[in-house]
Unconditional design. Structure first.
Length: 276
């Protein structure tokens, strides 16, 4: 299967494109965002990587050109290194990730990347004989390590890194302050927040959600482009974040601890080749 068949995109205007993997039918299917700038293009999250995303972007004519007709630099930014977001990073020359998860990406640590893929979720084989049990996120050496407050410049637009741990220890959002757009990764999307994975932490998640509420209170976000499901606005962002904070009490923390233990055990069993 070609990259052109595997992916599909939808233009949102303002140099932003929403890209999805057509034949990965799962609640884990991540949204991929292409943001075009005057000097650089950025891909936010990269999907499973079963087909080459840069190949698709070129074939679909989605990448901008620099003077003399050369392609503009293309940077892939991972909002975190979970398998459904980081598998496609292998196809990019420039890769950025938060420093807290850089080692996991470099080692190809399937445990921290929570690799969990079933044959039934991939409804068309990307290549003959492909099986989900053989899937791993290949080791990738990041070319840029991100920290809170870093700015990724695209020329005519700037994306500010917000370190928002909780879902994972290196989870980030990217904030386009001028346009009041938040690329939220898995920090928040219109669904249940997952805080029971091996490197999740409820107390961090509460702090991150309070930061999200503050962004809304200050009028700094009008549109959220999340890591999964549909786009939503500031009112829904506040509701999702405040609901999490209000429900993250003692009982929630106890149940989350139990679920994390189970999830960790399952991941260790299904990913026996975890890097040491």
């Amino acid at each position: 299967m070609s990259a052109l068949e595997w992916f599909a995109h939808k233009p949102l205007g303002g140099g932003i494109f929403w890209i999805q993997e057509r034949f990965y039918e799962s609640g884990n299917r991540a949204n991929i965002w292409l943001v075009r700038g005057s000097l650089r293009d950025v891909v936010i999250d990269a999907g499973l990587g079963l087909r080459s995303l840069p190949e698709y972007l070129r074939a679909a004519g989605l990448l901008g050109t620099a003077p003399a007709g050369r392609a503009r630099p293309l940077l892939a930014v991972a909002t975190h290194v979970h398998f459904d977001h980081a598998g496609g990073l292998q196809h990019f020359e420039e890769v950025a990730v938060h420093s807290a998860e850089a080692r996991a990406l470099l080692r190809g640590d399937s445990f921290e990347e929570v690799t969990w893929l079933r044959d039934s979720e991939v409804v068309r084989e990307p290549r003959p004989g492909w099986r989900a049990r053989s899937f791993r996120v290949p080791p990738v050496r990041p070319t840029r390590l991100l920290q809170e407050g870093d700015v990724i410049s695209l020329g005519d637009r700037q994306l500010t890194v917000m370190h928002m741990p909780g879902h994972s220890r290196g989870s980030i959002c990217l904030h386009d302050k001028d346009r009041k757009i938040l690329f939220s990764g898995d920090v928040v999307y219109d669904g249940s927040m997952i805080d029971w994975l091996p490197y999740s932490r409820v107390s961090d998640y509460v702090t991150s959600c309070r930061r999200l509420m503050e962004l809304v209170d200050k009028g700094l976000v009008e549109k959220v482009l999340p890591g999964h499901f549909n786009i939503f606005g500031a009112e829904r962002l506040y509701q999702l974040a405040s609901n999490y904070v209000s429900q993250a009490g003692f009982c929630h923390r106890v149940s989350t601890c139990a679920m994390r233990s189970i999830a960790s055990l399952v991941l260790r069993i299904t990913n026996p080749r975890r890097a040491s």
